[in-house]
Design a protein around this ligand. Structure first.
Ligand SMILES: Cc1cc2nc3c(=O)[nH]c(=O)nc-3n(C[C@H](O)[C@H](O)[C@H](O)COP(=O)(O)O)c2cc1C
Length: 186
């Protein structure tokens, strides 16, 4: 796929068909992630791929913790958290993305974010829909405890075959122009 087509065509997908994703495709996404730049080439990214029962246990934990939090802080302060949880419940695959950065550098998080973008673009090029989910941070400690890894969670990525493809790059999500966001000094 042409790079520009991938950059402009990739969109967040929040509704998926119930069709399974072959593991070989998920492996291609993770391989794409490995080509991202990383601080000192530390390759701090790690991935936990969840489907079936393993995904259900994780999303059950997420929903349970969100409900507890909601009692404490009120639904008006929960943003899109329950919606994101519902998307993870329905997506055939969820990839939990970790930062194994041992140096504790801010740049290690940035490296993992670059890897996520590679995954999303690769997913799009393979006909898969994806959603980067930061709402896991509402209950991140509980999710880390559930998965029992020695790393820090950075995001969840929901994956599946899209029920529909957004019409174009501007459909509902207009982008700021270059002039609005950049200055050119000389
Ligand atoms: C760091 C980050 C966190 C995000 N977290 C969520 C989330 O928790 N739930 C959600 O529905 N979308 C989430 N998104 C998706 C954004 O809402 C989406 O990228 C944005 O609206 C632009 O739309 P597009 O991806 O279709 O271009 C997140 C995106 C990023 C980069």
């Amino acid at each position: 796929m042409d790079l520009d087509e991938a950059l402009r065509g990739r969109r967040s997908i929040r509704e998926f068909l119930s069709r399974d994703i072959p593991e070989s495709l998920v492996r291609q996404l993770i391989e794409a992630a490995t080509f991202a730049p990383s601080a000192k080439n530390g390759q701090q990214w790690r991935f936990t791929v969840l489907a079936g029962d393993a995904k259900k246990k994780l999303t059950d934990c997420f929903r349970h913790e969100l409900r507890l939090l909601c009692k404490r802080i009120g639904e008006e302060n929960m943003g899109s958290a329950f919606g994101s949880c519902g998307i993870m419940e329905k997506a055939p695959v969820v990839i939990m993305v970790w930062n194994a950065g041992e140096m504790g550098w801010e740049t290690e998080k940035h490296s993992v974010a670059a890897a996520i973008q590679n995954m999303l673009l690769k997913a799009y090029s393979l006909g898969l829909g994806s959603l980067w989910i930061g709402d896991i941070f509402f209950t991140v400690e509980a999710l880390e405890q559930h998965l029992q890894k020695p790393w820090k969670l950075l995001a969840a990525v929901a994956l599946g075959y899209p029920t529909h493809i957004p019409k174009g790059p501007w459909d509902g999500k207009p982008r700021k122009s270059v002039d609005e966001i950049a200055e050119f000094l000389s």
